[in-house]
Ligand binder design. Structure first.
Ligand code: BJ8
Length: 382
């Protein structure tokens, strides 16, 4: 696309500008809940009157400090998140009144034991299977337990009415984001993957969801209009890449930037921050806690066993986005995604007949040269 709508900047700068907003929010007497995972039932936190803020560390800056307490051979996302809390360098962590985590991978759940010494921490016990009836019951109980914890912590009552209102607003956000990222189904896509990711990331840091939804509507309409008038700055022949695997925020420039410097364009992010959580809505006609439990338990993350939902999701996305190549990004020492990569590779290559590449990386720049060479060769081959 030739001209990005001005509102676009607001979304892509939201993380930076959010610091002031979150400070003002705190000073007005409101509560902030720091969260670390896509399984966190955001609606329950909104219904308590607090705002949830994602605290997954995406920079290697606090990692040396984190390594004073945590092993070096641990996922950078875990070390970065802990390091920010330890050094008080992240205002979002600093202003959080309560942290909520889930028992997902081993590294994260053990790190929370130390994090709980720095800040009040509530850990939800996530079942590790999705297809058993009792898994849903356990998860529903955990959501009830979170609700009680929030009520006690903030001295509020979370009613069904407040939950329903939060469900509606979050569903509206999901529908708009689906519409936004689906624009990349077009050939050529109106915007590149780096630009798309900045908007997706920004929504995690804009705290007034009603205002955000209105702005998002406006932005989508402007992108469509600009595209129909002036087309896209992206070449029609750009190779269309789907990113899957671990959350990519800490390696976004390294991976997506390199793809887009080498004649490719990222058209879809299957991972957290992208489609994974937004593909399904919360059922607005069911009892709210039950509906929230059902929706979140279905998220196809590699911490689940089995995790066939990831392949089902990839199956549809590869077709819908007319994908030429899949890049599976694993953060160093992330065992669940690392082990699952063979399954993904076989599925992508054998079932979908699409090229596949796996990359293992961290937040440092040490492997930048190697990643650039590998990505350039991959795109060349497509
Ligand atoms: S729903 S992807 S946000 S667990 S921290 S598993 S990278 S070793 S972040 Fe995640 Fe929730 Fe799943 Fe999404 Fe691996 Fe690192 Fe663990 Fe990680």
């Amino acid at each position: 696309m030739n001209n990005l709508p001005s509102i676009f900047e607001e979304f892509s700068e939201a993380r930076k500008n959010g610091f002031i907003k979150v400070k003002n929010f705190k000073e007005s007497g409101k509560n902030v809940v720091g969260v670390f995972c896509t399984y966190t039932p955001y609606e329950v936190i909104y219904a308590s009157g607090a705002i949830p803020v994602g605290l997954c560390g995406m920079s290697d800056e606090p990692i040396p400090d984190a390594e004073k307490h945590l092993p070096k051979n641990l996922c950078p996302l875990i070390k970065s998140s802990y390091g920010f809390a330890l050094t008080e360098k992240c205002p979002y962590t600093y202003f959080s009144d309560l942290l909520v985590g889930e028992t997902t991978c081993d590294g994260k759940k053990k790190m929370y034991e130390y994090l709980g010494k720095i800040k009040p921490m509530h850990v939800m016990h996530l079942p590790q299977a999705q297809d058993r009836e009792h898994a849903l019951k356990v998860w529903k109980n955990e959501i009830e337990y979170l609700k009680e914890c929030l009520e006690k912590q903030f001295n509020v009552k979370i009613t069904d009415e407040k939950l329903r209102e939060a469900i509606k607003i979050k569903n509206e956000e999901r529908k708009l984001l689906q519409e936004f990222y689906s624009l990349s189904k077009l050939t050529p896509p109106p915007i590149g993957g780096l630009e798309m990711y900045k908007v997706l990331e920004g929504t995690g840091f804009s705290f007034d969801k009603i205002e955000q939804n209105n702005n998002m509507r406006k932005m989508i309409d402007e992108i469509k209009e600009e595209y129909s008038k002036n087309g896209s700055k992206i070449s029609k022949s750009a190779k269309r890449i789907l990113i899957t695997g671990c959350p990519i925020g800490g390696a976004i420039e390294k991976v997506v930037g390199t793809v887009e410097e080498n004649g490719g364009v990222v058209v879809c992010f299957e991972n957290c921050g992208g489609v994974k959580e937004k593909a399904q809505l919360v059922d607005e006609n069911k009892e709210p806690i039950e509906a929230i439990a059902e929706k979140y338990l279905k998220i196809p993350c590699s911490v689940m066993s089995n995790n066939d939902g990831r392949l089902e999701l990839l199956d549809g996305l590869i077709d819908e986005y007319k994908v030429d190549g899949v890049i599976d990004v694993t953060l160093q020492a992330c065992h669940t995604y690392n082990v699952e990569s063979m399954k993904v590779k076989e599925f992508v290559k054998n079932e979908k007949n699409v090229q596949y590449m796996s990359l293992e990386t961290d937040y440092s720049k040490t492997d930048l040269g190697q990643i650039k060479t590998r990505i350039a060769a991959f795109i060349e081959m497509l």
